[in-house]
Design a protein around this ligand. Structure first.
Ligand SMILES: Cc1cc2nc3c(=O)[nH]c(=O)nc-3n(C[C@H](O)[C@H](O)[C@H](O)COP(=O)(O)O)c2cc1C
Ligand code: SF4
Length: 511
């Protein structure tokens, strides 16, 4: 039975005065002001402040959803205000340069500086604690190399592939149109065109914004088969062949899982399925758009590699890859074994780490499911080396790569190239406010709102995307030279060291 408002009872029932302070200020103030206002009309202006306090306090006192607001009318609202203010206060006033998650202030500052073409040198020495257990470093040589080429590329495509691709060492990781707005997609693609690297579509399909500027595309196919599905949501070969034939599509990729939410599908609510998104994904407009947790086109490792082989044929011989965050190692080994048994080789494998990003995911999956990049990458590398396939099948890595050192360290563990998602978002202006799932992104990156996207000016940001990639590869080149190598391909696990106690270190081949 709902409670009947009884102000006197509510105020007097075992309530210390302090709990009702704002209510009393509102009540007494409003009555007093009305009384004084009869003689001094300008005093009535005070009602503009006092009356809302009174209304707010009375609403809180008699509502039944929030205990805090019921017990502390009006004043409890300060808690929500400070809760809202907390991330800003922490980011702007409390955090040190090395704090901040997922990316520290320093990591972000480096991307911003490189994207803007500003000085990115660090003065006075490292701020990292080189004696902490987390410290890792690359071994340099007493004989730095003299002739290392500034740019090297990775040949992707086994001999089963008739249209191989030369991939850059750093590319834009999968992020769908839908998770990102059209301006962001355009700016990324134009940046990829300027810098001659690739842009992965993400599983949300190949939109007109991916194709407008002619940057190289890797078309990712997830469990929803967006852009290549029939009415029942199954893979549609002829539809796939049509779109994969586009000149800009250089490779295709089957998404098995992603580190931030492995084994989880997704749902784009009906309200967000705009006409453009519906057309891009081949789904009905105004209905919830579901990505199932798993694929319907295959269910065993052998079927997976056969499906990959079919995609390669349908795309006219373009390289085909898979992307996954490693779960059970034996499942990854089973895929490698299936390649050996069938003789069908997948051209590349992207290993995504549990530390990877997403537009939105259940917290438990982000925090506690999936293997971190390092371990996943080493398992994949060892599986390919052990089966003699490492020379044919390329390995890529994604998971918090934002600097030349990140690429070099992953190269030491077997990655031929790296993909980055959030670092490229920073280059577009993302400020890590972590509101990507609310459609209220303040920088216009992860939103469909035209008003918010207005802030993201495509040609300006495209230049930043290209500059960030270029300067990061230039930093990678500096490391290659310092380590006495001629190419990132020459990094090896024994060149990557990790502190394991205050007085001990191990190289990654020992670990
Ligand atoms: C906004 C956003 C959307 C993403 N969408 C996809 C997607 O559609 N498909 C996919 O495979 N990965 C997706 N990812 C994961 C990234 O491609 C990448 O694997 C992961 O974020 C790790 O890279 P990072 O640490 O550089 O961000 C998304 C990530 C973000 C931040
Ligand atoms: S600014 Fe915030 S909401 Fe926008 S993309 Fe970055 S983290 Fe997401």
């Amino acid at each position: 039975m709902s409670e009947r408002p009884n102000l006197v009872a509510a105020l007097t029932r075992d309530r210390p005065l302090s709990r009702n302070l704002l209510l009393l200020i509102g009540l007494v103030g409003t009555i007093g002001t009305l009384a004084i206002g009869r003689h001094h009309r300008h005093a009535l202006w005070l009602l503009l402040v006092l009356a809302p306090i009174l209304v707010l306090a009375l609403t809180d006192l008699f509502q039944s959803h929030h205990s805090l607001r019921r017990n502390y009318p009006a004043s409890a609202r300060f808690r929500w205000f400070f809760e809202w203010l907390r991330p800003f206060a922490r980011a702007y006033f409390v955090e040190s340069d090395l704090d901040g998650r997922p990316y520290s202030h320093d990591e972000r500052a480096l991307v911003y500086a490189r994207a803007k073409g500003e000085a990115d040198a660090h003065p006075f020495g490292t701020e990292l604690d080189v004696y902490s257990d987390e410290y890792e470093w690359l071994a340099h040589s007493i004989a730095p190399s003299r002739n290392a080429p500034r740019e090297t590329r990775v040949h992707v495509g086994t001999d089963q592939c008739s249209r191989p691709y030369q991939a850059a060492r750093l590319n834009i990781s999968a992020m769908s149109f839908g998770a990102l707005g059209s301006n962001a997609i355009e700016a990324l693609n134009l940046g990829a065109k300027i810098g001659a690297f690739y842009h992965d579509t993400g599983e949300g399909g190949l939109s007109p914004y991916h194709l407008k500027h002619g940057g190289d595309i890797v078309w990712e196919i997830g469990s929803g088969y967006f852009g290549c599905r029939d009415r029942q949501g199954q893979f549609d070969p002829s539809h796939f062949a049509d779109r994969a034939a586009h000149d800009a599509v250089k490779m295709t990729e089957i998404k098995l899982s992603q580190g931030a939410k492995p084994g989880h599908g997704g749902l784009l609510p009906a309200a967000k399925v705009t006409r453009e998104i519906a057309e891009t994904r081949d789904v009905p407009m105004g209905e919830d758009c579901l990505s199932p947790a798993g694929h319907s086109a295959f269910s065993t490792p052998i079927q997976l590699v056969e499906f990959a082989g079919r995609m390669r044929e349908l795309s006219g011989g373009k390289p085909v890859g898979i992307k996954l965050c490693v779960g059970y190692p034996h499942e990854l080994f089973a895929v490698v074994k299936a390649m050996i048994e069938t003789g069908i080789l997948i051209d590349f494998i992207v290993i995504d780490g549990a530390e990877g990003g997403t537009g939105a995911a259940p917290t438990e999956l982000s925090d506690r499911v999936g293997m971190p990049l390092r371990e996943g990458l080493m398992l994949a590398r060892n599986a390919l080396v052990g089966t003699n396939l490492k020379g044919k099948i390329r390995l890529a890595a994604s998971g918090k790569v934002s600097s030349g050192a990140g690429i070099a360290m992953n190269a030491a563990l077997g990655a031929d190239w790296c993909n980055a998602a959030r670092a490229f978002m920073f280059s577009l202006g993302c400020v890590q406010s972590m509101r990507c799932h609310t459609d209220t992104c303040p920088t216009g990156v992860a939103t469909q709102s035209p008003a918010r996207q207005r802030g993201l000016v495509i040609p300006e940001k495209a230049e930043r995307v290209a500059r960030f990639q270029q300067s990061t590869l230039s930093a990678l080149h500096d490391i290659v030279v310092a380590c006495g190598l001629n190419s990132p391909d020459e990094f090896t696990p024994d060149g990557l060291r990790q502190r394991i106690s205050a007085v001990e270190m191990r190289s990654f081949d020992e670990l």
